[in-house]
Design a protein around this ligand. Sequence first.
Ligand SMILES: [Zn+2]
Length: 62
Amino acid sequence: MAYSYACADCEGMEACPAKVVAETEDELWQLIGLHAKIAHDEDAGEWDDETRAYLKTLIKTV
Ligand SMILES: [Zn+2]
């Protein structure tokens, strides 16, 4: 089993083609944070609980 996240599923990010897949959810979060920083200049460290809870609903197991 693996965890995947498609940035386009996120509200406002429909145009973003990025998808990340990782073996563990912990690794996936780090990749999401890295992607957010590189592609969207967003600091994952500043995401509040609500944002993280929302993103978590977008994570799929594959
Ligand atoms: Zn993106």
